[in-house]
Design a protein around this ligand. Structure first.
Ligand code: TEU
Ligand code: CA
Length: 547
């Protein structure tokens, strides 16, 4: 057993999308004072850190992922004083603030880009990626993740600039040492404020070689991360998590290996790519293949153990809500949400809870594109209309995978606008807030909330979860996902029925104690050795067994 583990190996992180969390001044937009007013709730849930999505100055073409000033707070969210207050008050409650760093690109309104656009000789020109036209066209066929070309023509200097996201998000040129040094100074500005760490947006892209059509995992990516670590993270008790959409297990070992001196962990998305058609886009839907899901989870658990560190998540501000996506948000919403939580939180890694996941908030379907806010969705709608897709097919894709699903306001209670705002919410509240809300969850001892609260407590007080090994149980029904965790002579069996049907599971262990279950009537009585259990819809339980 490791004596001293870094705090983030036994912690659970809560992700807040500030626009949608809690409004405090009636303008319909969530803000930092609103978050401060909910710190008691978060402390009661038991989380140890908050990943705060961007609150920096931004024109909001990508809701804050287009930063125009990294060292100023957008007035929608409040002031720098509010931010300092949040860090201080959270600290008092044992909660660290993890800031979201968007280092692959800035807003086109950032003064570096405003300068760079002026002339080829401008001192900031090389902070960005410029290229000459090829036969009067874009330098090459590189595409933007938000649709269209990744190159935008700039009349003033007859060159194109690179934007892997929207045209308003010009890519920074990480080959420029001076630019990198300015970024490190900015990171230090936030470290001096007392933050607990950072989430690094699309960090796998900063090594890009666009003229060679290389975007993710470029040749110098890990050199930059080592330089960043040396310059700002080293010797400090910070947690850093890199968003690495393209990462394989081998990549994750490079990012998060204990002696790599790069990052604490990464967000990889292999498990969340299973319900899309191979080599297509997330909008090209495919049914969830449970065998594949099990293989992916088992691979990451077994192969990264000891040589890196996993993040564990179902949701974030870019993903549809998991209870609608792979659970059952109708008849079995509560028990399927609990099953998904137990399945994920019993694994090795740092779990992340996205705001509202802890009460089983669901997707919010739209019937017309005018109800959408997200630039990625709006661009795709137009692009696919032009490509001849029917509106119905496009809306089906949006309702399954659109990012607005995760961005509807937090549902605090059954009052007007779910208690999120006294004004007009910037994005419509999901009308099921009358039933699905925090107040109702807190009043019900069998709610999803209390399952999450218990899972957080279990991780904090049982080293088996942060240090125990992971061993899958192979010979089960496809729908049954079962595995062991073991640390010395403590052994836990995790069994999850990932289905709305009854499925059997052959119990071969001697059960000693029920740790947690999503049916409140599970008892030891029926769990004799070598019996076949009939697992109820979405039944999940964890039991201590004889090692
Ligand atoms: O997301 C990376 C990214 O590729 C997103 O487009 C996301 O993976 C995709 O929408 C899922 O289908 C990060 C941020 O999380 C996202 O909110 C930003 O829009 C994006 O980078 C640009 O900063
Ligand atoms: Ca507000």
């Amino acid at each position: 057993m490791e004596k001293t583990q870094p705090w983030w190996k036994t912690a659970v992180v809560y992700q807040i999308y500030p626009r949608s969390f809690q409004d405090s001044n009636g303008d319909g937009i969530g803000d930092i004072p609103g978050i401060i007013s909910r710190l008691d709730y978060l402390q009661f849930l038991g989380i140890q850190a908050i990943w705060l999505c961007p609150v920096y100055q931004s024109p909001n073409t990508d809701n804050g992922y287009d930063i125009s000033n990294y060292e100023a707070v957008l007035s929608d969210f409040g002031t720098m004083k509010d931010m300092e207050e949040l860090i201080r008050l959270a600290q008092q409650k044992g909660i660290r603030i993890i800031m979201d760093l968007v280092l692959n690109h800035t807003s086109n309104q950032h003064h570096w880009f405003v300068e760079a656009q002026k002339s080829k000789e401008n001192p900031y020109r090389d902070y960005y990626v410029w290229a000459d036209p090829t036969n009067n066209h874009a330098p090459n066929q590189l595409g933007s993740i938000f649709g269209g070309s990744a190159w935008k023509y700039d009349q003033t200097t007859n060159q194109y600039y690179l934007h892997l996201f929207s045209e308003q998000q010009p890519d920074l040129n990480w080959e420029n040492q001076e630019m990198r040094t300015k970024i490190y100074q900015m990171i230090n500005f936030w470290i001096q404020k007392g933050v607990g760490g950072f989430r690094l947006d699309v960090i796998d892209l900063i090594g890009k070689k666009p003229l060679k059509m290389i975007t993710g995992n470029g040749p110098k990516l890990h050199d930059y991360l080592k330089e960043m670590n040396r310059s700002v993270f080293a010797e400090k008790d910070l947690m850093t998590v890199g968003e690495a959409g393209s990462a394989t297990v081998e990549d994750a070992k490079k990012y998060s290996g204990p002696d790599r001196n790069e990052l604490s962990m990464v967000f990889q998305f292999e498990h969340l790519a299973i319900d899309q058609q191979v080599d297509k886009e997330k909008w090209d839907l495919a049914p969830l293949n449970l065998e594949k899901l099990k293989q992916v989870f088992v691979k990451w658990q077994v192969e990264l153990a000891g040589s890196g560190w996993n993040s564990l998540f179902w949701n974030n501000h870019d993903q549809p809500r998991i209870v609608s996506r792979w659970g059952n948000d109708k008849q079995y919403r509560v028990v399927s949400a609990k099953m998904l939580a137990i399945l994920l939180h019993m694994m090795q890694g740092t779990p992340y809870i996205y705001q509202g996941e802890e009460i089983g908030m669901t997707n919010r379907p739209i019937t017309d594109i005018s109800e959408a806010d997200d630039i990625e969705t709006i661009n795709m709608y137009q692009q696919r209309l032009n490509e001849g897709y029917s509106k119905q097919a496009i809306l089906a894709s949006i309702n399954a995978k659109g990012r607005d699903n995760a961005r509807t306001p937090m549902q605090w209670n059954d009052e007007l606008n779910a208690g999120f705002t006294t004004g007009k919410p910037w994005l419509a509240v999901n009308q099921n807030y009358q039933v699905i809300n925090i107040a109702a969850e807190l009043a019900n001892e069998n709610s999803i909330f209390y399952t999450y609260q218990k899972l957080i407590k279990l991780r904090k007080s049982n080293p088996i979860l942060s240090q125990g090994n992971f061993k899958p149980i192979e010979d089960t029904k496809t729908e049954v996902f079962a595995y062991y965790r073991q640390l010395e002579n403590t052994k836990w069996l995790v069994v999850c029925n990932f289905s709305d049907q009854i499925n059997e599971f052959n119990l071969t262990d001697e059960v000693e104690k029920v740790i947690i279950s999503d049916y409140s009537d599970l008892s030891l009585a029926g769990m004799g050795k070598n019996i076949s259990l009939q697992l109820r819809p979405y039944e999940a339980f964890v039991v201590a067994v004889k090692a």
